[in-house]
Write a protein of this length. Structure first.
Lengths: 172, 172
């Protein structure tokens, strides 16, 4: 797991949470975890394919999820009904989507899958041989943990690009 | 959700379970579910991105998981060890990979994400606005249930420029 993948996510989290929720974020201590993760109360999961592949998870408590959705919708939400779930998922989607744009700026083309929401603490989520980079993202008195289990796709993996302008230009 | 996407997965699952784990399955009823999925003992989850996008998961109980892995490894297992976990994830990977090859043959090219493994029952997993096609593949040790929450990729046309051009034929 390469730390260079981390910054696009942190920047995206910062921008998206500021714009959508109106909060300033700080990041906590970064750690690398190899063991399976025990799910938080609410986990938003997205997969990434392309030059960078793997899984991105955003774990948070129910209270944090409700707080985020309340601010997004501008009305108090106390129950994680399907509307609230889709709100949290959308946040994960926007955040990851924005991160992929930043990743493409450093030359990594990726695509993300639609989000899945896991509700209920206690189950174990394993990304198997992908170690996870875990970053707590803090805002106000809440914490959202971003788990990045990503790696570069092998050079001979699926590559859907034709070596065109950039490579030719670089050689000239 | 389009039913035409279902058969490649069922065929692939049947073939892979038979070939890799010597377990013969019989297909059960198909149903369409809008309710969140409540996790079984073991859930292998993968996403597809491309001309078909969404999430597919395979859920099974521990006895069937142990039978499958036991048959694959040729030894009797009593707990889902980390080796067994990666075996189960690999099984999901092979099934989905095979299905994606079949889908590509009918013109729907997509990439699959690395698998994620969920262990533990009772959490709920929501694919939000994507309903799931649910089909059980029944075996003597219980069913492996295939859940498909996939749709035709929305960005199929926008991504037309990215579709791989076959490499030029090699001569000599």
């Amino acid at each position: 797991m390469n730390v260079q993948f981390l910054n696009p996510f942190l920047e995206a989290a910062n921008e998206v949470l500021k714009a959508e929720i109106g909060v300033e974020v700080t990041r906590g201590e970064i750690s690398l975890q190899r063991s399976a993760l025990t799910a938080n109360e609410v986990t938003v999961l997205l997969s990434m394919v392309g030059q960078l592949q793997g899984v991105v998870l955003y774990g948070m408590s129910k209270a944090t999820a409700c707080m985020l959705v309340s601010k997004m919708m501008g009305e108090p939400i106390t129950e994680l009904d399907s509307l609230a779930q889709s709100g949290v998922a959308e946040l994960g989607n926007v955040l990851t989507g924005r991160a992929t744009i930043k990743l493409s700026e450093i030359g990594l083309q990726t695509d993300i899958s639609p989000p899945t929401v896991i509700i209920g603490a206690g189950i174990t989520v394993s990304t198997l041989d992908f170690p996870r980079l875990v970053v707590p993202i803090r805002f106000e008195d809440q914490t959202m943990e971003a788990h990045l289990a990503l790696r570069l796709a092998e050079a001979n993996g699926h590559q859907s690009h034709v070596p065109l302008v950039r490579e030719l230009g670089a050689r000239a | 959700m389009n039913v035409k996407f279902l058969n490649p997965f069922l065929e692939a699952a049947y073939e892979v379970l038979l070939a890799e784990a010597s377990v013969r399955t019989v297909r059960g009823q198909i149903s369409l579910s809008k309710e969140p999925y409540v996790t079984e003992d073991v859930t292998v989850m993968l996403s597809l991105v491309g001309a078909v996008e969404g999430t597919v998961f395979y859920s099974l109980n521990s006895p069937l998981a142990l039978t499958l892995i036991g048959n694959m490894l040729g030894e009797k297992l009593t707990t889902i060890t980390s080796l067994a976990q990666s075996g189960l994830a690999e099984l999901g990977n092979v099934i989905t990979g095979r299905a994606s090859v079949k889908l590509a043959q009918s013109g729907y090219e997509s990439q699959i994400s690395p698998p994620t493994l969920l262990l533990g029952r009772g959490s709920t997993l929501s694919t939000l606005d994507m309903p799931r096609l649910v089909v059980a593949l029944n075996s003597d040790d219980g069913p492996m249930v295939v859940h498909l929450a996939i749709r035709e990729g929305r960005n199929m046309l926008a991504k037309a420029a990215d579709i791989a051009v076959p490499a030029s034929p090699r001569f000599g």
